[in-house]
Ligand binder design. Structure first.
Ligand code: ATP
Ligand code: MG
Length: 559
């Protein structure tokens, strides 16, 4: 990003204030942050908030931000996720330079430090089952109980831990726990698990390890190894901070980072839990992680949302210490703002109705000039063929219109955008009584869309030539969930049955098939659309990014 963009996006918040103070006091010379995804799913818009915060701070304060994969649980992690996360962070406009790291790079060191804790009497091997450990942990009001294995000798602990590492025991047979305090008020300090036995293939370390560190044990130490100054995470880790600090105090780490917590992003009509997103994909409720209805970065991208709109959205919502729910309308507003400014204009007819201009000569056609962006003359113009047979939108015709309907009806006159005035003479119906064609006349004197005699029309319609336009499938998306606060526990019940409407016979300008439109365009009067990768040479597919106006909010308001 340019320095200008960086400056514009540099809002202030409590974390940036802390960073500034730490620079001013000389506590740190260089700020180092990190974004630490677990590669067990695709990134979503909530992660974008964290990415923009961590990379944004590094950029604004001339520091650096590491991309570190928190790959400590091989049963849920996959290379596909590692690859998609990198692609998505880049697409959002952020750059980790050479600072790509994996917690698994530190497995050897973390292991040695764990042996060190054992030697210092600060960790022990527990033979209790997971259930037994959970049952003896106590509650918020009751202290936990010491494990019967808590007072094993250093020698026995070391021997058992080494045999755990050597793969001698089955999954779940034993764990390594920190020896802290089973009556601590903070449950995270009641002898937390550091290592569990897991005979699983790891995407990076293969079959080297049969024990894997817990999140709590790996995270802070990875921060310390990398010299992270400000370890920024979401509020649910606030209660883990004493444990984060305990490890750093007890281990011979090269630095002592500080953890700061901010409120995670929640959005109306949206679930951002990876567990739910994984289920949506696995149970076939969506076509994949990049289904345009998904709140994933890949989904938003495929839907045609520009990365600048996402950056602007997270800038506007800011960074706070209290959890809240942001109206999804705010995200939509940012998408419309960005696309209105940048998207080229084109014409498309979503539900075509044939128009025959009776007084236009057969086998003749002419080129009409259309402008590409009303606010940007540099975007230039393009030519659209006009002839005797055209398409207009079915909604733009009514046989018996109410008073305020100014579009096409028998006897009415309208403007076809950039072209001519046309007047409707007659609607032709099929055997079922449906209107299948309009017979119209045009006024050759109104070329360009104005009448020399000064007469006015009250409607301007978009249109396309019948012969020269291309058939396209258009996928119109609505909210994936019908409820403003979907239930994560029973999300299937809250799915919106109308989240996808497919229009098979839409028409688009031929230029949309030829040029490389992987960014959204505005279909005049309809909204923003982007070509979908499902498109083939003879089968164009477009996704609706978003409508022009916020019709959804209005519907909701009307109830
Ligand atoms: P899980 O649901 O598996 O805990 P997660 O969404 O926390 O997943 P991580 O891969 O651990 O996934 O997230 C990486 C980083 O993104 C973490 O620092 C986390 O705090 C942050 N993050 C995750 N969700 C949000 C959110 N909704 N808003 C802001 N930050 C988030
Ligand atoms: Mg997490």
């Amino acid at each position: 990003m340019t320095t200008e963009t960086v400056a514009r996006e540099a809002g202030r918040d409590f974390i940036r204030d802390i960073v500034q103070a730490d620079l001013d006091s000389g506590q740190h010379k260089t700020i180092v942050t990190r974004f630490p995804p677990e590669p067990n799913g695709y990134l979503h818009i909530g992660h974008a908030k964290s990415i923009a915060l961590n990379f944004g701070i590094a950029e604004e304060f001339s520091g650096r931000c590491h991309l570190r994969f928190d790959d400590t649980n091989p049963t849920r992690e996959e290379q596909e996720y590692i690859d998609s996360i990198q692609a998505d962070v880049r697409w959002l406009g952020f750059d980790w330079g050479n600072n790509l790291f994996f917690a698994s790079d530190y497995f050897e060191r973390l292991y040695e430090w764990a042996e060190g804790l054992i030697l210092n009497g600060l960790a022990y091997v527990d033979d209790q089952s997971q259930d037994e450990i959970r049952a003896s942990r106590g509650t918020l009001t009751e202290p936990g109980q010491n494990s019967p294995f808590r007072d094993r000798s250093v020698e026995e602990n070391l021997d058992l831990f080494r045999r755990m590492k050597a793969g001698e025991f089955p999954n779940g047979a034993r764990v390594l726990r920190a020896k802290i305090d089973m009556s601590a008020g903070n449950i995270n300090l009641r002898d937390p698990v550091l290592y569990r036995i897991l005979h699983a293939h790891h995407p990076r370390t293969g079959d080297t390890w049969s024990i894997y560190p817990s999140y709590d044990y790996a995270h802070g130490q990875s921060d310390a190894i990398e010299g992270i100054t400000h370890s920024i995470c979401t509020l649910e880790f606030e209660d883990h901070r004493p444990l984060y600090d305990w490890f750093l105090d007890k281990l011979p780490v090269p630095s002592h980072p500080h953890q700061y917590e901010f409120a995670r992003l929640n959005l109306t009509y949206t679930l951002l839990s990876k567990r739910v997103l994984t289920r949506l994909v696995q149970d076939g409720h969506v076509s994949g992680w990049d289904d345009p209805r998904m709140p994933t970065i890949a989904g938003l991208k495929r839907r045609g949302v520009p990365p600048a709109a996402i950056r602007e959205f997270v800038r506007r919502i800011g960074v706070a210490k209290a959890n809240s729910v942001v109206d999804v309308g705010m995200l939509e507003f940012c998408i419309r703002e960005e696309l209105n400014r940048t998207a080229p204009r084109r014409m498309a007819v979503l539900r075509p109705l044939k128009v025959v201009i009776e007084n236009y000569p057969e086998r003749q056609s002419e080129e009409i000039e259309a402008i590409n962006h009303p606010d940007d003359p540099a975007a230039g113009t393009r030519k659209i063929a006009f002839g005797r047979e055209l398409f207009v939108e079915q909604d733009d015709f009514m046989e018996n219109p109410p008073k305020k309907f100014f579009r096409l009806s028998p006897g009415s006159e309208v403007r076809l955008r950039y072209a001519y005035f046309i007047k409707c003479r007659e609607a032709v119906k099929n055997a079922a009584g449906e209107v299948v064609e309009l017979r119209c006349t045009y006024d050759p004197a109104t070329r360009g869309g104005n009448a020399p005699d000064g007469r006015k029309v009250k409607a301007t319609l978009h249109w396309l030539p019948a012969a020269q336009s291309k058939v396209a499938e258009i996928r119109v998306y609505n909210q994936l969930f019908a409820s403003p606060s979907p239930d994560a526990g029973n999300f299937a019940a809250d799915l919106n049955p109308q989240s996808l409407e497919v229009l098979k016979d839409a028409r688009v300008e031929p230029s949309l098939a030829e040029s490389n439109f992987d960014t959204a365009v505005q279909f005049e009067r309809q909204g923003y659309f982007v070509r979908d990768p499902d498109s083939t040479a003879d089968g164009l597919v477009f996704n609706r990014t978003i409508g022009l106006r916020d019709s959804f909010a209005k519907e909701v308001a009307k109830g």
